[in-house]
Design a protein around this ligand. Structure first.
Ligand code: HEC
Ligand code: HEC
Length: 205
């Protein structure tokens, strides 16, 4: 091997070495990027789920999604006064129909809350006593959620008047304002949409 050839060989080795190093650092960089994007997405959907669940597990919702045949009332979720019962159509029994007392709007003189179609969520949609994971699972299960697909669930969660009532619950029979969920309505609606867009994943707990 003469000098020129040797110099040529050294240069070639350097070029190959440098490009291998570049390629390697490039793939490492793009891999970490990929991993961290997924982690960020996952974290974002977990955060959205957390926010959504702080609303769904609130008594403003659960009082109407009870386990059993009696609505619940108030911040302590006591059984509804006057022995009010679910009835066969979830609108109460003959003498105590929900609509005899609950109108389409809150009555802030008597303290009777109101919204259109005020009635008890069917027993298949009971949330009382369920964990967040169980509520989400039930909510997405068409055999229990009234045959709704994800799009219809999102619509119900973000637009239905009985749901939105929770942020304007009026005052109770003793004249005290009812508590509203700990997350604002706008933030909750955003969270529901973000969670659904991420594919409505249910975390392990
Ligand atoms: C006045 C009683 C009442 C209140 C308060 C109420 N719901 Fe409901 N909810 C119902 C009734 C009744 C249905 C069944 C409606 C139907 O199937 O058409 C229902 C159904 C649902 C469904 C669809 C069924 C399912 O299991 O997926 C969702 C979701 C839901 N409610 C969410 C909420 C949330 C969230 C809140 C609180 C922010 C809330 N509801 C507060 C009465 C209520
Ligand atoms: C005889 C009148 C009457 C009838 C009938 C009646 N309610 Fe009520 N309901 C009230 C009054 C009054 C309050 C408010 C009590 C309070 O705040 O102290 C109330 C409160 C509630 C609350 C509490 C909301 C909350 O988050 O604190 C729910 C849920 C409810 N009713 C559901 C129903 C359902 C469902 C029916 C029919 C199955 C029904 N009620 C029938 C009078 C009635």
């Amino acid at each position: 091997m003469n000098r020129t050839n040797l110099a040529y060989l050294i240069i070639m080795l350097l070029v190959v070495g440098i490009s291998v190093a570049f390629a390697y650092s490039g793939s490492v960089a793009s891999n970490t990027e990929k991993v961290s994007v997924t982690a960020v997405e996952l974290e974002a959907s977990d955060e959205a789920f957390d926010k959504m669940m702080q609303v769904l597990t609130h008594k403003r919702c659960v009082n109407c999604h009870p386990d059993g045949d009696r609505p619940r009332q108030g911040e302590d979720s006591h059984h509804h006064n006057f022995g009010v019962q679910r009835g066969s159509d979830n609108h109460g029994v003959a003498a105590l129909r929900c609509q005899s007392c609950h109108q389409a709007e809150n009555n802030n003189f008597s303290g009777v809350p109101g919204a259109p179609e005020w009635s008890l969520a069917p027993l298949s949609m009971r949330w009382e006593g369920l964990s967040r994971v169980e509520i989400a699972t039930s909510m997405l299960d068409p055999t229990r959620n009234g045959g709704r697909n994800l799009e219809e669930i999102v619509e119900h969660l973000t637009e239905h008047e009985l749901v939105l009532w929770a942020w304007e619950p009026g005052i109770d029979a003793s004249g005290n304002p009812r508590e509203i969920p700990p997350i604002s309505k706008e933030e909750y609606i955003q969270a529901v949409k973000a969670w659904a867009e991420a594919g409505a994943p249910i975390p392990e707990k």
